[in-house]
Design a protein around this ligand. Structure first.
Ligand code: GDP
Ligand code: IMO
Ligand code: MG
Length: 424
């Protein structure tokens, strides 16, 4: 039987999932996205070529692999077409190996308009969303008035459902001169796209079920990170989907026994884009040095990422809620120059020391991190491909992290390129 592996981010996103998925995709037959949408920005670097994918699974770069987009994903039709163009320009042949669930909810222009209006209305409490219309699309899904891929093939129903948007979204759409509010134009555009998407739309649940029976392997590609999970993250400073392992089942229509292994991607330090609690954030020269060396700027929005030390307390939460078996530690090389490296092992909250996240994750705003200070290695690890070639101090850092989290290390990434990796 094949091995079905989940890859999830364990922090606030941008852990390097794209690189890890691309790497593991070499041994998989199918790569599946199960949640999120084009808010994701997954970077893959192979040789001199750089790819940033938002909606299309990162497995598409590996020749011949089948890539699927599950029902749990919110699907941006125009964003998807732009990505296809991008892939074409890079000489990637995706024909016949890219499939979409009929039950994906569509991100439509008015969702992006509403995303912007809602962010504005939140004022000082704004989330700092990616403005990709993600939240408003998931709202429609749960409220049961979303437009789904399958509606494109039933024009009358599509028209009816789009007309209904005018009623329920009157607050945003009525009298608006913004082209994104033009329901008639959206209807015409969707009908135009229907024939294009039709050959790609198929029963993903059944495809994965059959693949399992045939002994094939599936790689499940998470987007965002565990701390951005709508239920288990730093709500309301979160995204609108279940970014954790649980989302794999509902987002693809598969049973729990279809998962053999869970790999958590852990950046060797922490970053976060947008607003919300971040206990180990460094607003100082060290934070700036990490941002600079790690090139910590958003792959989707270009925003500068907030940087800080590794946070084992929130990582313990991520290990538990995802059922992580092993971790992929990324961006180790970014720490190469630092004289010392701090790791948060506990928090202090209201004079009490705690070693698990508080019941109310909003309290992460008030916790004081308690650090262990480990020696830096101050030598070059970038590009290293063998554990034996790492300085002893670096290996101690990795062992410290893995042993605290009670998981093994599956691989260590020492650079952005595919081959800058230590397979443990
Ligand atoms: P994702 O959203 O989790 O896929 O991560 P992003 O692609 O948004 O951000 C990770 C960034 O780090 C990208 O620019 C990658 O090319 C880069 N990257 C990944 N792994 C490593 C690594 O081990 N070292 C360095 N220096 N860069 C890395
Ligand atoms: P990848 O897959 C980092 C953040 C946004 C914002 C919050 C809500 O590349 O790791 P949304 O647009 O989803 O409503 O924004 O979530 N966010 C991400 N941060 N990486 C991502 O994806 C993210 N996707 C969303 O910055 O704080
Ligand atoms: Mg990213």
């Amino acid at each position: 039987m094949g091995n079905n592996t989940v890859v999830v981010g364990c922090q606030w996103g941008d852990e390097g999932k794209g690189k890890i998925v691309d790497l593991l995709a070499a041994d998989a037959d199918i790569i599946a996205r199960f949640q999120g949408g084009a808010n994701a920005g997954h970077t893959i670097i192979v040789g001199d070529s750089k790819y940033v994918l938002h909606l299309i699974p990162s497995g598409i770069i590996q020749p011949g692999k089948t890539c699927v987009i599950g029902n749990g994903v919110v699907f941006d039709p125009d964003g998807f077409l732009e990505e296809l163009e991008f892939l074409k320009g890079k000489g990637i042949d995706y024909k016949g190996r890219l499939f979409i669930s009929p039950a994906t909810n569509l991100v439509l222009p008015y969702h992006k308009l509403i995303d912007a209006v809602q962010e504005e209305a939140r004022g000082t409490g704004s989330i700092g969303t990616t403005m990709r219309g993600i939240g408003p699309t998931y709202i429609d899904k749960v409220a049961r008035h979303g437009i789904r891929m399958v509606d494109l093939f039933a024009p009358d129903r599509l028209k009816r459902r789009l007309e209904y948007q005018k009623v329920i979204k009157a607050q945003y759409l009525e009298g608006s001169t913004d082209e994104r509010a033009n329901i008639g134009a959206i209807y015409d555009r969707l009908l135009e796209l229907a024939e294009l998407f039709k050959p790609m739309v198929t029963d993903i649940s059944l495809m994965l079920y059959n693949a399992r029976r045939e002994g094939k392997s599936v790689l499940f590609e998470g987007a965002q990170g565990s701390m951005l999970d709508v239920d288990l993250g730093t709500y309301p400073f979160a995204t609108s989907s279940n970014t954790t392992t649980g989302g794999v089942l509902t987002g693809l229509g598969i049973g729990p026994k279809m998962i053999d292994e869970v790999v958590g991607v852990v950046k060797a330090y922490t970053t976060r884009v947008g607003a919300g609690p971040f206990p180990t954030e460094l607003i100082d020269d060290t934070g700036e040095a990490i941002r600079c060396k790690g090139d910590e700027y958003g792959a989707t929005t270009g925003r500068s990422r907030r940087c800080g030390w590794l946070d084992l307390v929130s990582l313990r939460h991520a290990m538990r809620i995802n059922g992580v078996d092993s971790i992929a530690v990324t961006k180790l090389d970014v720490l190469d120059d630092l004289p010392e490296i701090k790791v948060c092992t506990k928090y202090e909250l209201n004079g009490k020391v705690i070693d698990q996240v508080p019941l109310d994750l909003a309290e992460l705003n008030h916790v004081k991190p308690i650090y262990e200070t480990l020696p830096g290695w101050q030598s070059k690890t970038s590009g290293t491909t063998s554990m034996d070639d790492l300085p002893a101090v670096t290996r101690e850092y990795l062992n410290f992290v893995a042993s605290d989290l009670g998981v093994s290390i599956k691989l260590v990434s020492t650079g952005a390129k595919r081959d800058e990796t230590i397979l443990v």
